[in-house]
Ligand binder design. Structure first.
Ligand code: ADP
Length: 269
């Protein structure tokens, strides 16, 4: 699976209408087979995460963004299934609290960054500060406009200091969102997820699309690339995200730490 086709090359101009959310060209099996294909990837991630933890050298940050119902929660649940919870953390970013608002917008984000040997998954992120904030004019135009460069500089610093950064935009169509919101309205087990606020955000679909396009065009860098994941099919979305993470971990060429010397002479009584 050459998932690199979903990576946004630095400096390119993204038009989301050119990216098909239904795409599944890297896997032409059925949904059932696609779901099964994730299982060995889960096991591989489990092994690599253990190695990351044992080596205690690298840090991995996974950023998830996407419209409401795009599947941020489902991606976390499926891609990280079976991975040892020790050493993996999810950080969700909601409407900022008064304390968070009293600081700069990267303050709350920086505190959640992975330490050595850790994986942290961002469910929403500092990118909300150029998305919801831009769409709703929560700060002046010149304030959000300069954030793209600030974010690039921030992520470059993190990468220079040893954090691997992978950013995923879960790309669904407006039609697919309608279907998923309708399911939330009618399915007793999904009603808890329904929020009238999501309907209000849906009214701003076109302005969000512009904001996503600007984010993807301006902040996909060699050190912290964006991947545009076709996400109308959940199983395909999971396969793509999982493969990108696995490939990045493989590139780290991790090794178990050298044991203490003289272990072969140790006798356990
Ligand atoms: P979920 O992530 O599951 O949708 P919520 O329904 O609580 O969780 O939504 C979180 C909300 O917080 C989103 O509407 C998001 O846009 C908002 N949010 C996140 N970060 C910021 C921010 N920096 N400024 C304003 N709103 C934000």
């Amino acid at each position: 699976m050459d998932v690199e086709r979903y990576r946004v090359p630095p400096g390119s101009r993204v038009e989301l209408s050119e990216w098909d959310p239904e795409d599944q060209q890297l896997y032409n099996g059925s949904k059932e087979k696609g779901k099964k294909a994730l299982l060995p990837l889960n096991r591989r991630l489990e092994t690599l995460q253990e190695l990351l933890y044992a080596e205690n050298k690298h840090r991995l940050l996974v950023v998830l963004q996407g419209a409401d119902t795009a599947g941020k929660d489902g991606t976390i649940r499926h891609v990280f299934e079976g991975v040892n919870p020790q050493g993996v953390k999810v950080a969700s970013f909601k409407v900022p609290t008064p304390v968070e608002l009293a600081h700069d917008y990267l303050w709350r984000v920086h505190q959640q960054m992975p330490g050595r040997g850790e994986i942290v998954i961002f469910n929403r992120s500092h990118y909300e500060d150029v998305l919801v904030v831009r769409v709703h004019n929560l700060v002046a135009g010149e304030v959000w406009q300069r954030r793209y460069e600030q974010i690039n500089a921030f992520e470059a610093m993190l990468a220079d200091e040893g954090t691997t950064i992978l950013k995923f935009f879960l790309h669904i169509s407006k039609e697919e969102q309608k279907k998923r919101l309708e399911e939330r309205l009618t399915d007793r087990k999904k009603q808890w997820k329904f929020s009238r606020g999501d309907l209000a955000e849906r009214q701003h679909w076109d302005r969000y699309t512009e904001a996503y396009e600007a984010m993807l065009s301006k902040t996909s860098t060699a050190q912290a690339p964006w991947y545009i994941v076709p996400a109308n099919r959940k199983w395909y979305r999971n396969l793509v995200v999982s493969q990108v993470i696995l490939a990045a971990l493989e590139r780290l060429e991790m090794r178990y730490p050298e044991p203490e010397s003289g272990l072969d002479a140790v006798v356990i009584e």
